[in-house]
Design a protein around this ligand. Structure first.
Ligand SMILES: *Cc1c(COP(=O)(O)O)cnc(C)c1O
Length: 416
C-alpha cells in the first residue's frame, strides 16, 4: 500500500489549519469500499456483518459504518454504552467480552445480544435471564494469529470456552433453560482460505452438536496488507469454502445456518493515516544512524513497538522539491527507546531504516495503515502528550474534524 496522492501540500496545509499535528485522517471512501465488500461475504442462508468497534470506536466512524447496515461487536460494557450514545440500535450490538461487567443485565434488557465467553459468564447470564437465548463463544482449539499477541485460538489462548467443555455448557444451559442459538468462534488474524475452511468445519462440528443453534459467528481477523509485500484477505474468496460448508451442512442436516462475521481491521486499517511533522533530525556519527523524530509516536501508533508491525511511511517535504534520498530510522517523541516507528520486521528490538527524501525539520510525515488499533490502542498520555485529534476526509475531499485534540486541562480533570 502506498500513501495516496491526495496527501499533497494543499491537503496538508488545510489539515494544519483545521487540526494541527499529529492528527489521524480517515478516508470515508475506503471505509465504504470495505463495508461494501463485507456485505457481499457469501452466505447461502443470510448474513449479518458486524464491525468490531474496538478497532476504531470514534463516534463518526461508528455512525458511518452502522449507517451502511452493519451491526456492532462490542468487547466491553463501555463499548456498548459508547455505541448506544453514537445512536446504534441496541439489537444490532453483540457483546463478546473478557470481562463481563457486573451491571451487564441493563444492556441485555435493552436488546443487546451476548456470547458467553466462559462458563462463569454463561452461569451469570442464566441466573439473570433464565428461559431465554444466548450465544456461546468457543475456542475451537485452532488459532491463526499473525503473532503470538494476536493469536486468539488454541490452547495458549484464554478466549472463549475450550471446545472440550461442551458437556459443562450443556449442563449450565439446562439448569437455566437457556436456548443456545449462536455459536461464535473468533480465532485471530489470517488470510489463508484453507485456514478459514478448517475453522468453518470445526465451528460447524460445534453447531452440529448444539441442535438449537441458528447462526454461526466466525468473528473477525481478516488480515489486510499494509505493506506492499503483505497479503490482504480476499474476503469473497475465503467466503467460498465457508459458504460451501454451510450448504453441505444444510443438505445433510436440514439446518439452514445464518452467518455472522465481525471484522475490525478489514474495515478501517487502510482507511487511516497518522499525519505528523518531523520535529528533529539527529545522527549518531559515522557508522551510526540518522534519526527522524516525529511529533507523534507510541502515543498514537503502538503497533510497531508492540508487534514490530510495519506501516507505509511517506515524507512530504515542505515548500521545496527534493531529489536526494537518505536512510532514516524513525522514532517517536516519547522518552522511551521502545518508541520506534521503524523496527526490523523480524525483531522489534532492532532498528530498521527507510529510504526517504532528504528530510528537514518541519517536513510532513504520513504513516499509512493507521486506521485500526492505533487511535484506539496507544500509550495515550504517556509523557503527558494529549490525546490527538481525528479528521474524516469525506468522499468529496472535504476534511471534517471528528475529534478535537485533548487539552492538558482535560488530561488532568480527574486528579484531586
Ligand atoms: C477483535 C475482535 C474482532 C475483530 O478482529 P480484527 O482482527 O480486527 O478483524 C472480532 N471479534 C471479536 C470477538 C474480537 O475480539
Amino acid at each position: 500500500m502506498e500513501i495516496p496522492e491526495f496527501f499533497n501540500a494543499q491537503l496538508l496545509s488545510e489539515l494544519e489549519a483545521l487540526s494541527g499535528t499529529p492528527c489521524y485522517v480517515y478516508d470515508e471512501a475506503t471505509i465504504r469500499r470495505q463495508t461494501d465488500i463485507m456485505k457481499k461475504f457469501p452466505a447461502p442462508f443470510g448474513l449479518f456483518p458486524r464491525y468490531a468497534m474496538k478497532a476504531c470506536p470514534t463516534r463518526a466512524i461508528l455512525a458511518l459504518v452502522t449507517g451502511e447496515g452493519i451491526g456492532i461487536d462490542a468487547s466491553s460494557g463501555f463499548e456498548i454504552d459508547r455505541a448506544l450514545r453514537a445512536g446504534v440500535d441496541p439489537t444490532a450490538i453483540s457483546l463478546s467480552t473478557q470481562e463481563l461487567p457486573s451491571d451487564f443485565d441493563q444492556w441485555i434488557k435493552k436488546g443487546v445480544k451476548m456470547n458467553a465467553c466462559s462458563l462463569s459468564q454463561l452461569r451469570r447470564y442464566g441466573e439473570k435471564f433464565p428461559n431465554t437465548s444466548i450465544g456461546i463463544r468457543f475456542n475451537p482449539g485452532l488459532g491463526s494469529g499473525g503473532t503470538a499477541k494476536t493469536n486468539v485460538g488454541g490452547p495458549s489462548s484464554s478466549f472463549g470456552i475450550w471446545h472440550e467443555k461442551k458437556e459443562e455448557v450443556r449442563a449450565i444451559a439446562a439448569e437455566f433453560s437457556l436456548k443456545i442459538e449462536r455459536i461464535h468462534t473468533h480465532i485471530g488474524s489470517g488470510s489463508d482460505p484453507a485456514v478459514w475452511q478448517r475453522t468453518a468445519n470445526l465451528s460447524l462440528a460445534l453447531v452440529r452438536e448444539f441442535e438449537t443453534v441458528e447462526s454461526l459467528n466466525l468473528g473477525g481477523g481478516y488480515k489486510v496488507a499494509r505493506m506492499a509485500d503483505e497479503v490482504s484477505t480476499d474476503l469473497l474468496k475465503i467466503g467460498e469454502p465457508v459458504a460451501a460448508a454451510l450448504t453441505e451442512f444444510a443438505e445433510e442436516t436440514g439446518r439452514k445456518i445464518r452467518l455472522e462475521i465481525e471484522p475490525g481491521t478489514f474495515v478501517v486499517a487502510n482507511a487511516g493515516y497518522l499525519v505528523s511533522r518531523v520535529q528533529d533530525v539527529v545522527d549518531t556519527g559515522t557508522g551510526g544512524h540518522q534519526f527522524l523524530k516525529l511529533d507523534s509516536g507510541m502515543t498514537e501508533l503502538l503497533r510497531p513497538s508492540l508487534y514490530a508491525a510495519q506501516h507505509p511511511i511517506s515524507i512530504i517535504p515542505r515548500g521545496r522539491t527534493v531529489e536526494d534520498m537518505e536512510d532514516y530510522v524513525i522514532v517517536g517523541h516519547c522518552c522511551e527507546s521502545g518508541d520506534l516507528v521503524t523496527p526490523a520486521p523480524d525483531d522489534g528490538e532492532k532498528l530498521a531504516f527507510r529510504n526517504l527524501p532528504k528530510t528537514q525539520i518541519g517536513d510532513w510525515c504520513v504513516i499509512g495503515g493507521a486506521g485500526a488499533y492505533c487511535s484506539a490502542m496507544s500509550t495515550k498520555n504517556y509523557n503527558s502528550f494529549p490525546e490527538t485529534s481525528e479528521v474524516l476526509r469525506s468522499e468529496n475531499g472535504d476534511l471534517n474534524l471528528i475529534r478535537r485534540r485533548q487539552t492538558l486541562d482535560q488530561l488532568l480533570a480527574n486528579e484531586i
